[in-house]
Design a protein around this ligand. Structure first.
Ligand code: AMP
Ligand code: ZN
Length: 115
């Protein structure tokens, strides 16, 4: 299910180029255009789900698929020593693209823990 006005739907469709690092039947992952660490990959469900608030019993399997992809990408990017996964949700959470995504960040010792 695609939203024709959604940036990440267009990236998944190939209408907008991206540096793809992983793809399977339900997940697409590509490098963030403004990386915050040596490795900064966006892991995105192919289904258009606007944010974590919209996850429910009917669609939450894609979130599990995203985390399976996180584990694969973390290994392929050499992040066995550790990494961080971040989801921003909604205005207060600082979400700027309204298509659910998980930031996979690593490649250096991360600081500024929020929690
Ligand atoms: P968020 O602020 O959590 O919604 O994250 C959106 C992320 O998308 C930001 O880290 C942006 O740098 C990234 N971004 C925006 N446009 C693109 C693009 N065309 N290709 C790759 N990453 C992008
Ligand atoms: Zn979308």
């Amino acid at each position: 299910m695609k939203d024709p006005n959604c940036l990440f739907c267009k990236i998944i469709d190939g209408q907008i180029p991206s540096a793809k690092v992983y793809e399977d039947g339900s997940v697409f992952a590509f490098r963030d255009i403004n990386p915050q660490a040596p490795v900064h990959v966006l892991v995105v469900p192919k289904e258009h789900i606007s944010c974590a608030l919209e996850l429910n019993g009917d669609n939450s399997a894609v979130a599990a698929k995203c985390f399976e992809a996180v584990a694969k990408i973390a290994r392929s990017e050499g992040l066995e020593s550790g990494f961080r996964v971040i989801n921003n949700c909604g205005e207060d959470g600082g979400q700027s693209v309204m298509h659910l995504h998980f930031h996979l960040i690593g490649g250096r010792k991360l600081s500024e823990k929020i929690i």
